[in-house]
Structure formats: C-alpha cells, structure tokens
Write a protein that binds this ligand. Structure first.
Ligand SMILES: *Cc1c(COP(=O)(O)O)cnc(C)c1O
Length: 411
C-alpha cells in the first residue's frame, strides 16, 4: 500500500484506523498453495481468530479457502458469508459438549481435543465423524504464551493417550475422520515441524477411515528487517514428498490441511494512529498517539515488535522516540525507536497489523473500537464503522437506585 494512499485514507476515515490490503492476502494464500501444488488434495482453512471481519472471511471464501474456527460465534460469522459449513472446521479448546453439539448440528467438521468430551460426544452422536487434536509434545513456538505443543500444554490429546482414543472409538462406534495438531505459533525450524508430522502419520495409520490430516499452523512471518521466517517453499517440498508417500502407504488420497492465520493476514494490515502530543522529558522523547493497547495489545501482551514509520514525514531526520498510547497505565508500542522526525498531528503507521490486532481490541477506557478499511483492486471499502457512544452504552441497563445510600453501608 502506498504511503500517500494511506494518508488519504486516514484523512477520509479518521484515526485510528486499520487498513487491509487484499492483494497481499491473496499473494500469501497463493504462495502457500503453490508450495504444496504437488499434493493432490490440499485445503487451507483460514484461522478466523486472527482477523474476523466478515468481509475478510468472504474474501477468503472467494479465494477457495475454508475456515478454522474456535467458537460457535466464529462459525456463525463464517456462515453469514454463505460459506458451505463443510468447509469450516471447529477447533476449540475446553468448550462445553453443548457448544460442540450445536456446531455439529450446523454441519461443520468437529475437532475434539480431550478424551472426556470425545467419549461423551461419541456415545451420543456415533454417526458424526470427528477429527481429534493430538498433542505431539514437540516444542515449537516463539514464546510460552503462544507455544501450545509442549508436554504440560492444555491443548490436544497427548500422543501417549492414543490407545485411549482407540478404546473410545471401539466402545462408541464413532468414526475418526481426521487427525490434527497445532503446535503453536512461530515455527522457525522446519525439521522440528517435520518430526511432529511424522508423529501424526503414525497416529493416522492407527485409524481406518481417515479423510484428512490437519497440520495446523504457526508459520512465522517477518516483523522486522532481518527476521527469520518459515521457509514455506522448503517445507512444501519436504512435506509434499512425505505426504504423498503416506497416501500410498495408507492406500487413499487423503487431504492435507493447514489452518494459518498470521501467515495470511499479518503483513496485509497496517494500523494508522495520529500523534496527539510530542513530549520531551529529560531522557526521552515520547510520541503519544490517539490509541493504545486497547486497539493493539500485542506489544504489551506478548512483547511483540511492530515496526513504526512516520508516513506524514518520510524524508525527515531520524530521531529516537518512545511511541506510547493514551491508556492510563503503562502503554508502550515501542521504546527507543528510530523514526523520521515526528510532529504533532503526524500519522504513524504500525506494520504487520493484520493478525491478532483488531480481533484482540477492546473498549478499555471506554474508547471506541477503530474503523476498518479493506482495499480490493485499489478501491477502498469501509468494512467496519468507528463506534459511537451508543455502542459503549449498548446492553448496559440503567437501574433505579435508591437516592441515598443506606446507613449500614457507610460504616
Ligand atoms: C490460532 C490458531 C491457528 C492460527 O495460528 P497462526 O499462528 O495465526 O497461524 C491455527 N489453528 C488453531 C487451532 C489455532 O488455535
């Protein structure tokens, strides 16, 4: 996206503003499908939780993607786009049997990640084929909050409990039609990932009627210059060869699935915020923007790096800034960043803001959620209006309170 176009959009729609470039989404999608072009049946299910605006979901549907969902609400968002429920997989963690049953009734593929619910679901609905989430206990993932494959992780059914799964299948007569893993975000080492896939092949062999293996996600994208990212092309070559071998061994052309979020949308998004105040203290120059961790929580929550540029003054002299928000507690987007000289009212651009940014935004400090804009073929579309005070008040009930607090309460 061009700097001048982003400035125009900030002008047109106000700040703060999220902007998504669908060309970038399509090119990432195509990069992944090309890397696995020698797999006969490939299915990419976009992880809705990364960025869940229904127009983004519709764009993925038009690309031919399915959806990976973690709540019945995400399933409902997907269904509003008209996507076939068969192209949705439900991969929740620790949700109730009731929610799983409700989603199954919609015709969505169910993925169960614990033995207790697997057994209950199988007893009551043996006719509904179910995928199981396996925890291969392979340590992958950038940090402990997003790494979900380790031994004491709450995710998946332990690889050591596969005999239990088989017993549940025997006792209930249910059918396991898919094997799944999701080892966590940020795969840096392809060999580690491939070791986990071997474990899944071993599990899949133990079931007679597998239609697909879902290798989850965790593809890493660069957040700054020099960052290592997952080598998708190399992974494609190595995993394709192994997967095709497995299909021959298994005697069936099963489907290879992935469910990427970050890889598909992270780089496609930017977040634009306006500088309210430039404040020089004895040690630091702060640039205070008209936003905070209520709108982009990743730096505060995960210590994530988001590259920040001053699109109002790209040719200025670089200076060091701490870019901070307006939330009334520590609220830092980046410390000691070299940025082209900032003046009040400049628009700062936060890069890699497509994944886990708007979808994690809140109304903390009673601020409005930002507006969202999507660019398709160079044309901008407002896909979410900025909130108003009505949205903040919505669902709050003003109740009748006694005018005076009772005597006892004041003691
Ligand atoms: C979050 C999640 C994903 C997407 O992970 P990314 O790192 O964004 O690609 C995929 N599958 C499951 C089950 C998830 O919970």
């Amino acid at each position: 996206m061009e700097r001048t176009q982003l400035l125009e959009l900030a002008n047109k729609y106000g700040s703060p503003l999220y902007v998504y470039d669908t060309d970038k989404i399509a090119s990432q999608y195509n990069r992944l499908t090309n890397a696995f072009s020698d797999v006969k049946n490939l299915k990419l299910n976009y992880a809705v939780k990364a960025l869940s605006n229904i127009n983004i979901l519709k764009f993925f549907k038009n690309l031919g993607a399915g959806l990976d969902t973690v709540s019945i609400q995400e399933v409902q968002l997907g269904l509003t786009t008209g996507i076939d429920p068969k192209n949705i997989i439900f991969t929740p963690n620790g949700v109730s049997l009731k929610e799983i049953e409700d989603v199954a009734k919609l015709g969505v593929q169910i993925n169960i990640d614990n033995l207790s619910i697997l057994e209950q679901f199988g007893q009551q609905h043996p006719e509904v084929p179910v995928c199981v989430r396996i925890n291969p206990h392979i340590m992958a993932g950038g940090n402990s909050k997003i790494s979900v494959g380790h031994i004491d992780s709450k995710f998946g059914i332990s690889i050591h409990q596969v005999p239990h799964i088989k017993r549940v299948v025997e006792n209930t007569g249910m059918n396991i039609n898919g094997i799944h893993m999701h080892t966590g975000s940020d795969i840096l080492d392809i060999d580690t990932f491939l070791r986990a896939t071997e474990i899944l092949f071993d599990v899949a062999k133990q079931f007679d009627d597998i239609d697909f293996i879902d290798f989850g996600s965790g593809f890493k994208v660069p957040y700054k210059e020099g960052d290592i990212s997952t080598n998708i092309e190399q992974l494609g070559l190595q995993l394709t060869e192994r997967f095709n071998e497995f299909c021959i061994e298994y005697g069936k052309d099963i489907t290879l699935m992935f469910e990427p979020g970050k890889f598909l949308v992270s780089e496609a998004g930017v977040f634009l915020a306006k500088v309210n105040v430039v404040k020089q203290t004895t040690s630091t120059v702060f640039a205070h923007v008209d936003s905070g961790f209520n709108h982009l929580v990743r730096p505060m929550m995960y210590n994530s790096y988001h590259h920040i540029t001053n699109i109002s003054n790209p040719e200025g002299r670089d200076r060091y800034y701490s870019v901070v928000g307006y939330i009334c507690e520590t609220d830092t987007f980046g410390s000691n960043r070299r940025i082209s000289e900032i003046s009040e009212e400049d628009i700062l651009c936060f890069h890699n803001a497509g994944a886990y940014c708007f979808s994690m935004a809140s109304n903390y400090n009673s601020r409005y959620l930002p507006a969202e804009v999507m660019i398709v073929d160079g044309q901008d579309y407002l896909i979410r209006k900025r909130q108003t005070i009505q949205d903040i008040l919505h669902n709050q009930e003003m109740v009748e309170l006694p005018a005076k607090v009772s005597e006892e309460a004041t003691v």
